[in-house]
Design a binder for this molecule. Structure first.
Ligand code: NAD
Ligand code: ZN
Length: 351
């Protein structure tokens, strides 16, 4: 679990104080990885970077890759002989995952691709701090960092992955474009549906999932004022992340991974694109999803896979089909008798 949390509108301004005790004379470099959307000056003067620190602006247009993590580690190591005292990730799931992965790879030799999987990390990561600016993924609380590697899209799942500190400031999400807000918010909603309806569910996970689901319904079906909506979605994301950390996601995520592997579709959008075709598996979940989509006036892109070749569909299907725990969570141990590769492929052709 995340060891330390501060919460509240404006709490971003405590970041300097949080970093202070970590700094020591001669060993005080902090690395900031920040979404380049903040180049617009919104955080001007508020990032507590000192002279020796390194502030790296990163585009979230493409989701994190193992090679990108390796390159960032090399860039940081080239800067100085001493190990940085902390790394701070500021942004949505992309920047949070990058910060977690870089923190791990600074102390573990090799390529990030060597650590994709479960419990492969041996050395403790450097102190890492997550500052979410977009709510929904649960990356701020999870024990994984999802990376696109040379062979697959898979997380570094380990006890060293979760942040040591998270700063939850709902005001940082001011200015998120509406479509993006909805897609990433639906990532959280879909986490809840998949976790709560899955066979891996347990009372611990359910308590978080139910809380997150109720918050999502308030945010996307009621008319809240924007500040309340930001606060509630930030807490929904946290609880949804906690819920799947102790259970598992399901069919939408399996399909969305396949889609994104071939098409590069961003995670939140990919989930929405597939989820709307999963009525058969999540009847109530899809009904409420459609209600939320209409209430928020979001039109999903159409004909996304129109130009896909036969081999593209094959790859998507293979990637989705290979996510065994997700299928097992959704459909049970005999999941292979309940869904075929042809059915999966058929869903991809509808998107
Ligand atoms: P993102 O981080 O990719 O950002 C999406 C867009 O929103 C980007 O253009 C970004 O610049 C913009 N943005 C972010 N904050 C903003 C702000 N305050 N104002 C304006 N624009 C802003 O989106 P995401 O959906 O949060 O993250 C997706 C990533 O999260 C994927 O890589 C996915 O694999 C990962 N993920 C990780 C976990 C986990 O547990 N580690 C779980 C789910 C998803
Ligand atoms: Zn997700």
């Amino acid at each position: 679990m995340v060891s330390r949390v501060v919460y509240g509108a404006g709490s971003f301004d405590q970041l300097g104080e949080i970093l202070q005790p970590l700094r020591a004379p001669g060993k005080d470099t902090v690395i900031f990885l920040m979404d380049d959307v903040f180049e617009d000056g919104r955080l001007h003067g508020r990032v507590p970077a000192l002279q020796e620190d390194l502030l790296i602006l990163i585009s979230a247009r493409e989701e994190p890759k193992t090679q990108q993590v390796d390159a960032l580690v090399a860039q940081i190591q080239a800067k100085g002989e001493s190990t940085p005292v902390a790394i701070v990730g500021i942004g949505g799931g992309t920047l949070l995952d990058l910060a977690k992965a870089v923190a791990i790879m600074i102390t573990n030799k090799g390529s990030a691709a060597d650590f994709q999987g479960w419990d492969l990390v041996r050395q403790k990561a450097i102190y890492h701090i997550g500052v979410p600016t977009l709510s929904g993924t649960g990356a701020e609380v999870s024990r994984t960092t999802v990376l696109l590697g040379p062979e697959r899209k898979l997380g570094i799942n380990s006890d060293h992955t979760p942040f040591d500190q998270v700063v939850l400031d709902p005001d940082l999400a001011i200015g998120v474009p509406k479509d993006q807000w909805f897609y990433t918010g639906m990532d959280c909603y879909i986490h809840c549906v998949e976790s709560l309806t899955g066979g891996y569910i347990n009372a611990f996970s359910r308590s978080y999932g139910e809380m997150a689901l109720a918050l999502c319904k308030e945010v996307f079906l009621e008319d809240l004022d924007p500040a309340a909506a930001r606060e509630k979605l930030m807490m929904a994301s946290w609880h949804g992340g906690m819920s799947i950390a102790y259970s598992q996601v399901g069919i939408a995520h399996a399909l969305s991974y396949g889609l994104s592997y071939v098409m590069g579709t961003p995670h939140g959008l990919g989930n929405c694109l597939v989820f709307t075709h999963l009525k058969q598996f999540y009847p109530e979940g899809v009904r409420v999803f459609e209600q939320m989509r209409k209430k928020q006036g979001i039109a999903l892109p159409q004909n996304v896979t129109r130009s896909c070749s036969d081999s593209d569909f094959e790859t998507m299907t293979a990637v989705a089909y290979s996510m065994e725990p997700l299928w097992e969570n959704a459909l049970g141990e005999d999941w292979k008798s309940k869904i075929s590769r042809e059915q999966i492929r058929e869903i991809f052709t509808k998107i």
